[in-house]
Design a protein around this ligand. Sequence first.
Ligand SMILES: [Zn+2]
Length: 289
Amino acid sequence: MVVKVALVLAAGGMLVAQAPAPRATPPEALRLYVLDCGLLNISRAGVERYHVSTAEVGETRMPVPCFLVAHPKGTLLWDVGVIPDDDVEKAPAGGARYDVNPTAAAVVTRTLRGQLAAIGYRPADITYVAVSHAHKDHTANLNQFARSTWLTPRAEREFMWTPKNERVEPRFYSALEKSKWISLDRDEYDVFGDGAAMIKAAPGHTPGHQVLVLNLRSPGRVMIAGDLYHYPAERSLRRAPPDNEFNVAQSAASRARIEEYLSRTKTAIWIEHEWGAIATLKKSPEYYE
Ligand SMILES: [Zn+2]
């Protein structure tokens, strides 16, 4: 009998073989796993492009989380990291490195597939895959999920294959060109049909930027907000969106609409790149439900 093992980067940077966990069974209620897909070191110029200073921000680093939503009717993987797993497995001690742009340097020490395997999921077990948007730090492992049903606005899909688009890395998702996909061209899309997981349109950062709203028992209603904001200071100080948004006015309108939604529906916001907030979350194999 052949036992497949996953290579896992252990503390100290050593690759160790780890037998996969038994295959997961669908949970009875919605479950959310927060996965570690690396971090970004941001330069001063990189901070200031968000119209905040390094002093206002405090912690300038950004986490890169990935999220697995498990539901009785299937699974949704939301955002898939900044460096492909194959590169992370080949990296020296200290992790894989990749410059997203001249102001943002990524470091990744753990593979997404290793973290999924540890809780009993293989790529073939992922029913739906979606990214908040197609920038390089959210799409690195999409090719592994080409057999999942891809949930994306048509505008984002077109943006991803626009020639000479420097904000994306098409080699991260070349296999998705032939994937089954559902076009999300409404304000809200109910992923599992029961309101437990809703994808909401929030365009501007990219043409089809979107956010995910989950109805959990505890902590309650939560919005995983993609890159609607990067630093919490942008939100608390009500700064204008960055100048390099795909559409600044559309971003500002999305922020206003989302803020109104958050207060009306009593939903908490999780800013994906907010160091302090993500650091306090339970990480897989622990989960929220
Ligand atoms: Zn990002």
